[in-house]
Design a protein around this ligand. Structure first.
Ligand SMILES: NC(=O)c1ccc[n+]([C@@H]2O[C@H](COP(=O)([O-])OP(=O)(O)OC[C@H]3O[C@@H](n4cnc5c(N)ncnc54)[C@H](OP(=O)(O)O)[C@@H]3O)[C@@H](O)[C@H]2O)c1
Length: 316
């Protein structure tokens, strides 16, 4: 048994719903790895969940603890039921429960951090780069040599990994983001940069993309994305899907996960890609893993912040 501190909520609402609770957690044959949390990556969808916008119920069924991008240290194992060792630094993708100082999870959600990978990167990349991987390899559109790929929200955590992973295809990459992110996106591998607020620049590339990945925050860039996709092309949404396609004959697909889309598939791919080609992650802010830190992180998600990931840390 370990006494764990968790930061969660038992009602939906603004950031003031967060509170800290303490409880005993124990290992068993299902949750067979105990991890001491070091860092947690924040994802925009967590603000949706906290606000209740993703729930049909008036309140969460139980005290809800968010957090699906965790880095920590293995401190205990149940029956040594995995190839992990005490003291390993690991990436944990528990689904939820990461806003905590300790968590238990199943070993299938746990991956050793490669020796050369910085912990901040490890904490911020696992869910977002996985999403980017499925956007490109999930069967929504098969990129072919010579295609044009447009990425809306290319300065964001997911969109930027789409750009970086797409470099290994022989395609033209159009990246859309705020003007101040142009240099960052050219460095990431974009062939063309468009400021999504510049309607003339957007119009110049209208109907040019075979495949548009809309990784804009809460689909705010949906209209721009639909302008870029050509007749017969594919639009991939991540938050919601468009009600209409501006009158175009466009295939509209949502990035939903199937049972085959497992961590066991994507994580080894990402580790290999990182080793062979490198991947980078811009960190916008690092905050303490406290109630105040979580509240500030959730405020920042919806603000007009600098590009990059928000990381919570238990370390000074
Ligand atoms: N379906 C799934 O499996 C899944 C998984 C993960 C994430 N998501 C969703 O994917 C989205 C992106 O997540 P993230 O972590 O990458 O978010 P993020 O890091 O906050 O990035 C958001 C991006 O949206 C852009 N943006 C903001 N307002 C825009 C507008 N009006 N028009 C066009 N672009 C705009 C930002 O560009 P600038 O900052 O340059 O303005 C930035 O590039 C979120 O909505 C998230 O919920 C879905």
């Amino acid at each position: 048994m370990v006494t764990a501190k968790t930061i969660g909520f038992d009602r939906f609402g603004d950031v003031d719903v967060f509170e800290e609770r303490t409880g005993e957690i124990a290992l068993n044959s299902t949750n067979n790895v105990l991890v001491k949390v070091k860092k947690v990556g924040i994802n925009p969808v967590e603000a949706f969940v906290r606000s209740g916008k993703m729930s049909r119920s008036a309140a969460p069924a139980q005290f809800h603890v968010l957090g699906n991008e965790v880095v920590g240290e293995v401190v205990k194992l149940y029956d040594n039921a995995s190839n992990l060792s005490i003291g390993d630094n690991v990436i944990v993708k528990p689904g939820a429960g990461g806003y905590a100082d300790y968590l238990t999870t199943n070993a299938r959600n746990v991956f050793k951090v490669p020796a050369e990978m910085p912990l901040d990167f490890a904490a911020g990349f696992s869910a977002t780069a996985s999403t980017a991987y499925w956007a490109l390899y999930g069967g929504f559109y098969d990129l072919k040599k010579g295609d044009t790929l447009a990425v809306v929200g290319a300065s964001g955590s997911v969109g930027n990994f789409v750009v970086q992973l797409a470099k290994s295809f022989d395609v033209t990459i159009i990246a859309l983001a705020s003007a101040h992110n142009e240099a960052y996106l050219k460095e990431s591998g974009a062939n063309v940069f468009i400021d999504y607020r510049d309607s003339d620049a957007v119009a110049a590339y209208a109907n040019k993309a075979d495949f548009v990945v809309d990784a804009s925050l809460f689909n705010k860039g949906e209209k721009v994305a639909l302008q870029l996709v050509k007749e017969g092309g594919t639009y991939l949404g991540m938050t919601t899907l468009p009600q209409d396609t501006l009158g175009k004959n466009v295939k509209v697909v949502f990035l939903s996960r199937t049972p085959a889309m497992t961590n066991a598939v994507v994580m080894p791919f990402l580790f290999k890609f990182y080793e062979e080609h490198g991947l980078t992650l811009k960190i916008a802010e690092t905050l303490p893993l406290t109630v105040a830190g979580v509240q500030e992180a959730h405020r920042l998600i919806v603000s007009d912040r600098a590009a990059g990931k928000i990381i919570l840390t238990t370390e000074d």
